[in-house]
Design a protein around this ligand. Structure first.
Ligand SMILES: [Zn+2]
Length: 270
C-alpha cells in the first residue's frame, strides 16, 4: 500500500517526508502504457503530486503539475486533491531531453486566487527539476531524492523517495545533520518500506510526531461531471456534432475512459 510519512527533524527546523508511490505508479503504467522515459517523469510528478496534496490546508484543495517538453515534444500532467486522490497521464514520448521545457504547478488551497508557479527545466532528472521548482517558485530550500525501477514489461518495481524542506531560520547544524542523512539515503541502492527508511536514516533526528497518509490513484471523472460539461456546451451544438459524427465522445485523459452520448442520451441531459 502506498504511504507518506511526515515528521519534523533536527529540533523542528526541517520537515521530512518519505513517500512510497509504487502502487500508484503501477496503476498509471497499467492505464497509460507510457514509454520508459515518460513513465519516470509521470511517476515523479505523481509522487510529487501526492507530496503536495498531503500539504494542502483545506478540504477540497487541489494541485496540478504539468511538465511540457521543449518544442511540443510531449507533456506529462498530474492532478491531486486533499483526499490524496492522485491521477495523471503522459502525452507523447517526452523525447530525449526535457531541458528547455517547463514545469508548472497550480495550487488551489482556499485562497481567492490559485497559486501558479512555473520554472524552466534545466536537468532531465525529475528530482533535480522539483528541487529547482521549490527553490525558484516557492523560495523553499528543498532536497528531493526520488528512486524508481521498472521491470522488462514496464511494470514499476518501486517508486518513491524522500523530500526535506528547511523551515525558516533553520540553523547551520540542522542543515548539516539533515543534509548528511539525506545524502546517505540518496547514495544507497534501492528503495525499501518507508518505515524502514525512517528508521535507517533519520531515526536519531526525529523531533515531532510521525503522521501517516495513504495516497491512491483515483480519477474524479464521473457521468455527472461529464453531463455538466456537455450541458454547458448546449443542446444545439451537441446535436450538430451528433449529426456529423454519429455520437458525442468525451475522453478522460486521466483514466483513459470514453463517455459516449448518442442523440437520445443528449436529449436526456436537457
Ligand atoms: Zn477519468
Amino acid at each position: 500500500m502506498d504511504k507518506i510519512l511526515r515528521t519534523l527533524i533536527c529540533e523542528g527546523q526541517v520537515s521530512l517526508s518519505l513517500i512510497d508511490t509504487t502502487a500508484l505508479v503501477n496503476e498509471a503504467v497499467r492505464i497509460h502504457k507510457p514509454t520508459k522515459k515518460a513513465a519516470e517523469i509521470l511517476g515523479g510528478l505523481l509522487t510529487c503530486g501526492a507530496y503536495l496534496a498531503a500539504g494542502l490546508k483545506i478540504d477540497g484543495g487541489c494541485i496540478s503539475l504539468t511538465v511540457k517538453a521543449k518544442d511540443g515534444d510531449g507533456a506529462v500532467s498530474v492532478s491531486a486533491d486533499s483526499a490524496l486522490n492522485v491521477r495523471g497521464y503522459a502525452d507523447g514520448s517526452c523525447g530525449t531531453t526535457l531541458v528547455g521545457g517547463t514545469l508548472t504547478v497550480v495550487r488551489e488551497d482556499g485562497y481567492s486566487q490559485p497559486f501558479v508557479g512555473t520554472c524552466e527545466i534545466e536537468a532531465d532528472d525529475v528530482s533535480d527539476i522539483l528541487e529547482l521548482y521549490f527553490q525558484q517558485s516557492e523560495q523553499i530550500p528543498t532536497a528531493v531524492a526520488l528512486k524508481c525501477d521498472f521491470g522488462e514489461d514496464g511494470s514499476c518495481k518501486y517508486f518513491g523517495g524522500v523530500v526535506i524542506q528547511l523551515l525558516p531560520d533553520a540553523s547551520d547544524s540542522a542543515i548539516e545533520q539533515a543534509g548528511a542523512a539525506f545524502e546517505e539515503f540518496k547514495d544507497a541502492e534501492g528503495f525499501t518500506d518507508v518505515s524502514k527508511i525512517l528508521a535507517d536514516y533519520f531515526h536519531t533526528l526525529i523531533s515531532g510526531e510521525v503522521t501517516q497518509m495513504f495516497p491512491q490513484y483515483k480519477c474524479n471523472c464521473s457521468e455527472e461531471k461529464i453531463r455538466g460539461v456537455l450541458a454547458s456546451v448546449g443542446k444545439t451544438e451537441l446535436l450538430k456534432i451528433c449529426d456529423e459524427l454519429g455520437e458525442v465522445k468525451v475522453h478522460c485523459h486521466y483514466c483513459n475512459k470514453d463517455y459516449i452520448y448518442g442523440k437520445a442520451r443528449i436529449e436526456e441531459i436537457f
